[in-house]
Ligand binder design. Structure first.
Ligand SMILES: NC(=O)c1ccc[n+]([C@@H]2O[C@H](COP(=O)([O-])OP(=O)(O)OC[C@H]3O[C@@H](n4cnc5c(N)ncnc54)[C@H](OP(=O)(O)O)[C@@H]3O)[C@@H](O)[C@H]2O)c1
Length: 337
């Protein structure tokens, strides 16, 4: 069993911990936090060993009556791989800790690309991360774009991608984020950082991205145009996308008109935390005009990177190839829409 430590138990970290625990070949060594808040209580409630991320603050856990197993460096020492899910920028600061213990580490998309030897998406470049010491699992938006672009490139070739990303202002628990009542071009200057980030996965891809932020918390919405090198029919493209395990092509009969109903659907199906690990591509929106593909897809920012982290653990430990890892992850999580 691969021993996995999770440093940073917030939105991404707690989901990755649960996903790791669900795998047949992995165990969670423990999770690390700086503060004894509700998520620390939750970690104990869920049966995870809790480690203090900052030694000087360990007594705060005692004061709150929350039992610590030890300090984060002990967790890192025991782990075969650490998943760093700390806030943006802290991951890079933690890199020396992982090196001191000779423990390979995964970082999240909020870190700059140079934190890792490689940026990772399971569908697009699993092999590049095999045996790597430091791997960055790309952001929610980059993951969503990479999963879509990979099969299109393989099947038809891609001349150029143009994507407008309508981004949620914050996650549901981020009470301080906004806008509350506005629509912001964000960033105002073009291209947004997302295009260059996708190029860390596909270096030779021509891609332009524009970003906005809106008063929503549930999901991001992408408006996509891909100029293909071939002219397949819309139905053929739809079948290709339907064949991809982490793309859910939303059927017309479901009458799902937006992110709210998608999340309701995930809740109805008993998904933990109403998570949607797959890209949600509206079937009706898949259209071809000559060689131009158009579609809308929704991306659940809090969870689409979770299966990717699980696959990246197998890549760095050389525990499975891409096909085997993705199948195992999908089976364990129940990715089956
Ligand atoms: N949320 C998203 O939509 C999303 C999507 C994809 C990727 N990401 C990326 O994933 C990373 C984590 O984001 P997140 O949304 O999960 O953030 P988050 O909800 O704020 O969780 C981060 C957790 O790390 C803990 N932490 C802070 N400093 C720490 C330290 N020095 N050592 C250990 N733990 C520490 C924080 O809790 P305590 O201080 O209470 O311990 C917090 O719970 C970022 O790079 C982000 O860009 C986020």
């Amino acid at each position: 069993m691969l021993q996995v430590g999770i440093n940073g138990y917030g939105t991404i970290g707690k989901r990755v911990a649960d996903a790791v625990r669900a795998q047949p070949d992995m165990e969670v060594v423990g999770v690390a936090k700086t503060r004894p808040n509700f998520e620390a209580e939750g970690a104990i409630e869920n049966g995870y060993s809790l480690y203090a991320a900052i030694e000087e603050r360990a007594e705060r856990f005692d004061d709150a009556g929350i039992e610590l197993t030890g300090m984060v460096d002990e967790m890192v020492e025991q782990a075969d791989v650490v998943v760093d899910a700390c806030p943006s920028g802290i991951g890079a600061e933690n890199k020396s800790l992982y090196d001191e213990h000779d423990t390979p580490a995964l970082y999240q998309g909020g870190e700059s690309a140079d934190v890792g030897d490689v940026s990772f998406n399971a569908r697009a470049n699993f092999e590049d991360a095999v045996g790597a010491r430091h791997v960055r699992v790309v952001s929610c938006n980059t993951t969503g774009l990479s999963r879509l672009i990979a099969p299109l490139r393989e099947e038809y070739g891609v001349e150029k991608v143009r994507a407008t990303l309508v981004r949620r202002g914050g996650d549901p628990a981020q009470s301080g984020r906004g806008p509350i009542n506005d629509i912001l071009p964000n960033p105002i200057s073009l291209p947004s950082h997302h295009g260059p980030d996708v190029k860390t996965i596909f270096p030779d891809l021509a891609i332009d991205t524009l970003g906005l932020k809106v008063p929503a918390t549930l999901m991001h919405m992408h408006s996509i145009n891909v100029s293909l090198e071939a002219e397949p029919g819309a139905e053929e493209v739809r079948e290709l996308l339907e064949s991809q395990s982490r793309l859910f092509v939303v059927p017309e009969h479901m009458d799902i008109d937006g992110a709210g109903k998608l999340k309701e659907f995930a809740m109805d199906r008993g998904r933990p935390r109403a998570d949607f690990w797959e890209n949600c591509v509206w079937g009706e929106s898949i259209s071809m005009e000559d060689n131009d593909l158009y579609l809308f897809q929704a991306i659940h920012q809090e969870s689409d990177v979770v299966p990717e982290n699980v696959d990246a653990i197998r890549a760095v430990t050389n525990a499975a190839d891409a096909r085997e890892s993705v199948e195992t992850t999908n089976d364990a999580l129940g990715i089956s829409f």
